[in-house]
Design a protein around this ligand. Structure first.
Ligand SMILES: [Zn+2]
Length: 287
């Protein structure tokens, strides 16, 4: 190892704003300055500022919790391009239905069996004409399973009626990817209203451990997991559906409050087990 490489390895990270030394923690790819609370991401040999917003919440009067109890957890928030989504789904379903119709047609197989003279005679005797030879019979089981049209229409209607659909991907450290996906699914499914302002980094926070590109890969799974089963299990649709976003994903801190063994999400109004975040809080909680 050259001396230069060696000296780079032990180089200290300093806040570009106030010069304070930045703490390096675990898997974190982002560093929060303990002095001025700004976030920095390592980018090559430089540090670049990380934009983080924070959800604005209405406090109840009297508040159900002390503001100091709130843990601000970062999520990547990606807004789905809804008009495009609706038109993509419609196009794919149209082509799947056409394929299904062609398949049904191809499975109408000619009946080549020789007419049985005795059956013919019997049918004629009771006044039924025998079917013309080469007539078509439908072979069952040859169809593609598609979501029922009514269900699909209802889904698209409810999805598009509020105008904005956001997918939430937890950016904080979690015990595993499944936990990340489950929390993301819960938040996305609730479709919470979201008002944000730039975060000042105050209070108990967690630094993000995943980047925007990784978050977008996970966002696809989170988004599909909120689909009705008939759609999510339709491989012809899911495999072809490209999820497009209305803008770059944003990093937003959402407020959570611990209650014993559970943690309540103040945005979305659901509870998750506290152990889901155990490792994270120890690692990143700060005044
Ligand atoms: Zn600083």
């Amino acid at each position: 190892m050259s001396r230069r490489t060696g000296s780079l390895a032990v180089q200290r990270l300093q806040c570009r704003h106030c010069g304070a030394e930045l703490p390096v923690m675990g898997r974190s790819i982002v560093f929060r300055c303990a002095t001025c609370r700004r976030l920095w991401a390592a980018s090559g040999e430089r540090l670049r500022p990380v934009r983080v917003d924070r959800a604005v919440i209405e406090l109840t009067d009297p508040p159900d919790y002390a503001p100091g109890d709130i843990i601000h957890l970062p999520f990547w928030v990606a807004e789905i391009d809804l008009p495009r989504f609706e038109s993509d789904v419609s196009k794919i379903m149209k082509s799947l239905r056409a394929a299904q119709a062609r398949l049904a047609e191809a499975s109408l197989t000619p009946d080549d069996r020789e007419p049985d003279p005795l059956t013919e005679l019997g049918l004629n005797l009771i006044g039924i004409e025998s079917p013309p030879s080469g007539s078509q019979r439908i072979v069952p089981g040859a169809a593609i399973a598609l979501p029922p049209s009514a269900e699909l229409d209802f889904f698209l209607r409810t999805m598009t009626e509020t105008g904005i659909l956001r997918v939430f991907v937890p950016a904080f450290d979690s015990p595993g990817e499944q936990v990340r996906l489950s929390i993301g699914r819960l938040m996305t499914h609730r479709r919470p209203e979201l008002r944000t302002e730039p975060s000042d980094g105050a209070g108990r926070t967690a630094v993000p451990v995943i980047q925007a590109a990784e978050a977008l890969v996970l966002a696809r799974y989170v988004f599909f997991s909120t689909f009705p089963a008939s759609m999510d299990s339709c491989a012809g649709l899911i495999d072809r559906l490209e999820v497009r976003y209305a803008a770059e994903p944003l990093l937003v801190e959402l407020p959570f409050v611990p209650h014993g063994a559970e943690i309540e999400s103040l945005v979305g109004g659901f509870h998750i087990p506290a152990r889901t975040l155990g490792a994270l809080i120890e690692e990143t909680a700060s005044g």
